[in-house]
Structure formats: C-alpha cells, structure tokens
Design a protein around this ligand. Structure first.
Ligand SMILES: NC(=O)c1ccc[n+]([C@@H]2O[C@H](COP(=O)([O-])OP(=O)(O)OC[C@H]3O[C@@H](n4cnc5c(N)ncnc54)[C@H](OP(=O)(O)O)[C@@H]3O)[C@@H](O)[C@H]2O)c1
Length: 284
C-alpha cells in the first residue's frame, strides 16, 4: 500500500477504524478478528481505537483488547503497526458518551490502555474530545507529560478547532503528531483544520470518512458525483470518497471503520486509486 506518515512513522495511506467492532451493532469476536487481520493483510498499518469503544460499563477498552488479540494472532511484522488509541471519553453503559479531560484521569486512562494493549509505550495517544469543564491546556498538558515520560510515542488530539490545534502544538513543544476530526463528502466543516494541518505538517486523520456507521453504505446514493466517478473507474463510491480525501493533502490518512473483512479490503484499495484533476474538481 502507498505510504504516508505520522510524525516520522510510515503508515499505509488508509487506516482502519475499530469503533464498529465494539459499539452498538457490533459483530461477534471471530468476525472482528477476521476484519482486523484482513486489514493488516491488505497493508493497513494504522489502526484507530479508543478506550471508550465499548457498550457496557464493565467492558472499557473492549476494542483495544480486540485489536491486541488480532495483532498477536497475525503472522506479519507487527513492528510496522501503529495502534492509535484515545482517552477522554467515557461510556457509562446507558448509550451516552461523556467527557473527562482531567489530567489525572487522562494519565490513569493511558496506564489502563498500556496494559490492555500489552505495550511499554502507546503508539499514538489522542486526547479524544475537549472537556468544557477543564482548561484545554491542562488536558493537553497531561498528554505532554505522558510523552515526556515515554509512556506514549506520538501525541494527537481529536475534535479540535484551529485555535486548539495551535495551542496543543505549543504545549507539546512542536510535537503534535496528528489531528483526528470528522471529514467526509457529507461533513466538510473540518476543512479549515485539514488546511492548517497541511500547513503545519501534522497528520490529519478524517474520522467517519464514509459518513459514519449506518450511512456509509448509501454514500453513492446520496452523492451522485461520487457514484459517477466510481462507475468510470469500476470501483465503489466509498473508494472514491477515500481517494478524494487523500487528494486533499499529503497529510491526510483516512480511518474508515469496518466490521467485515470485505469492507476494509475494498477501502484499503483506495490508497492506489488516482483521481484526475477534472474528477477532483467535479467532486468539489
Ligand atoms: N475521534 C472521534 O470522536 C471519532 C468519532 C467517530 C469515529 N471515529 C473513528 O473513525 C473511524 C471511522 O468512523 P466510523 O466508523 O464512525 O464511520 P465510517 O468509517 O464513515 O463508516 C463505517 C462503516 O462503513 C462501512 N464501510 C467501510 N468500508 C466500506 C466500503 N468500502 N464500502 C461500503 N461500506 C464500507 C462499514 O461497514 P461494515 O461495518 O459492514 O464493515 C462501517 O460500518 C471509527 O471506527 C473510529 O475509529 C472517531
């Protein structure tokens, strides 16, 4: 697969989002492991997860554990895999998503992720979402401390605006490796953050890059231009969406979610799909 990079770490241009394998509607463990292994076999080396990808209150880290299990069962070179996890969101078990950006909480969450993933340092640790009750500088300060202590290899933020990106970059002393925001044909309002990451040389990880769970399958019905370009290339509209995202900047590394091997195999092929300047213009 074509490569991009997060800081100085090369990763396949298409990553895998783990969320559909652990939240409401998730498949059984066997299918999830098969999906993660299919991604690795297809050349995916960036896997995105979070401690909050679970359903019940007593299974925090469900998705991290699945990924650890799948990677351990894979017969390829695991040193090339970058597992990107997150802290700062909680799911109490009633279907809701809550936030906690308290520095002490973030540090304890990172310790728990380290144990579940069975590593000495987390590959990429991302502050999941700003907590309005905690100064942003304090939350990002916890991520800086984890970086300084060697508990995380690379630092990232998610759901951040341009001001927060600049602030995080300053607090981290220029070591902000990635920004993960929602970006897809259906959701383009993170374009300013994408542009800023391009300027600053920070990886930009579009999340819900196909429009999100439950909507991704209909991408071609909703966006006729994407379906038309897909027809011309004999590929899926989802591949065209991912290739269009990749074309926005060399910093972009989409992380399409999957709960079936076929989905991630199809998405992974988008790394090799070249769209013409005319096609990109038509897609907007
Ligand atoms: N930072 C945040 O706050 C945040 C928020 C949301 C998501 N995320 C991350 O971003 C990742 C991706 O977002 P998402 O999972 O919400 O949405 P998404 O990637 O837009 O859509 C996921 C769905 O797309 C389907 N799919 C994948 N590839 C396909 C293909 N080639 N053709 C047809 N359908 C395809 C999958 O179906 P199957 O399930 O049938 O395989 C899956 O259910 C998540 O998994 C998570 O890691 C982060």
């Amino acid at each position: 697969m074509k490569q991009r990079s997060i800081a100085n770490f090369p990763v396949g241009a298409i990553g895998l989002g783990g969320m559909p394998m652990s939240i409401e509607g998730r498949p059984d463990t066997e299918r999830s492991i098969a999906t993660i292994v299919a991604a690795l076999d297809a050349g995916v080396t960036l896997i995105d997860t979070a401690d909050a990808y679970h359903i019940h209150a007593d299974e925090v880290g469900h998705n991290e554990s699945l990924i650890a299990q799948a990677v351990a069962s894979w017969n390829g070179d695991a040193s090339q895999i970058l597992i990107a996890t997150k802290g700062g969101h909680l799911r109490p078990g009633d279907g809701s998503w809550q936030v906690n950006g308290d520095p002490a909480y973030l540090k304890s969450a990172a310790e728990a992720s380290l144990k579940r993933l069975g590593v000495d340092a987390l590959g990429l640790y991302q502050f999941h979402r700003p907590d309005p009750k905690v100064p942003y500088a304090d939350s990002v300060g916890a991520i800086r401390d984890l970086l300084d202590e060697g508990k995380i290899r690379f630092a990232g933020i998610s759901n951040a605006n341009p001001e927060q990106i600049r602030q995080a970059q300053e607090i981290l002393g220029g070591r902000l490796a990635s920004v993960q925001n929602q970006f897809s044909p259906a959701f383009r309002s993170s374009a300013p953050e994408l542009q800023l990451c391009d300027e600053l040389g920070i990886a930009f990880l579009p999340y819900s890059p196909l429009g999100g769970i439950g909507k991704a399958g209909q991408l071609g019905d909703t966006f006729a231009k994407f379906a038309e370009v897909a027809n011309n290339h004999g590929v899926s509209p989802q591949q065209v969406a991912l290739a269009w995202e990749l074309a926005q900047s060399p910093q972009v590394i989409p992380i399409p979610g999957a709960s079936r091997p076929e989905s991630i195999r199809d998405s992974a092929a988008a790394a090799e799909l070249e769209l013409s300047a005319d096609e990109l213009l038509a897609l907007g």
